[in-house]
Design a protein around this ligand. Structure first.
Ligand code: SF4
Ligand code: SF4
Length: 175
């Protein structure tokens, strides 16, 4: 979030986050944050924001703020239905899938290509999708996750959720 989330109101400069509030549901923020309001954050830029909020920036925002070379290879979270960040120490990338649009990220060629490249470069992906967590360590597993809905499979098997707060009912697979 950093300078991030903001209301898209007349007179406000629209930030890189646009109206995204995905990371306002981080577990460290007693999710979901009580300051989420129509069009973004109701206390944008104010010091009373939770510290986890001020400290956080997803990979998209980080790349934009740093004007990094990869900035155009990472889609906006609202456009791909997911956001992610790199662990500051380990070669790990944490991906969070929008539970209301859980199939969108797999259709984002930009995001899939970017993540596949990262896996090929030795990064481990921790994906949180509809309350379930998957660990991807190699390109073959990544392709399997893209091709199959393992969340639905786990649901059918009645397995308990890993992160119940990242769950929303009503999402259906694309035809
Ligand atoms: S997920 Fe990224 S783009 Fe969305 S609000 Fe958080 S920092 Fe901004
Ligand atoms: S204060 Fe809450 S709603 Fe506002 S950006 Fe931070 S986490 Fe999101």
């Amino acid at each position: 979030m950093g300078q991030a989330k903001r209301r898209k109101e007349a007179g406000d400069r629209v930030s890189h986050c646009r109206t995204c509030t995905y990371c306002c549901v981080l577990p460290q923020i007693e999710a979901p944050c009580v300051h989420i309001a129509d069009g973004g954050c109701s206390i944008h830029g104010r010091p009373e924001r939770p510290s986890a909020c001020s400290a956080y920036a997803c990979a998209y925002l980080t790349a934009r703020l740093a004007n990094a070379p990869e900035r155009n290879r990472i889609p906006h979270p609202l456009d791909c239905g997911a956001y992610f960040h790199r662990d500051p120490v380990e070669k790990v990338i944490f991906v969070f899938v929008d539970p209301a649009r859980p199939f969108l990220w797999k259709a984002s060629a930009l995001l899939v290509d970017f993540l596949r490249l990262q896996v090929g470069a030795g990064f481990v992906l921790f994906i949180t999708d509809r309350g379930r967590q998957m660990v991807i360590r190699d390109p073959g597993t990544f392709s399997e996750v893209l091709a199959r809905d393992f969340v639905a499979l786990a649901d059918r098997e009645g397995r308990p959720l890993d992160v119940p707060s990242f769950r929303e009912t009503g999402a259906t697979p694309p035809a």
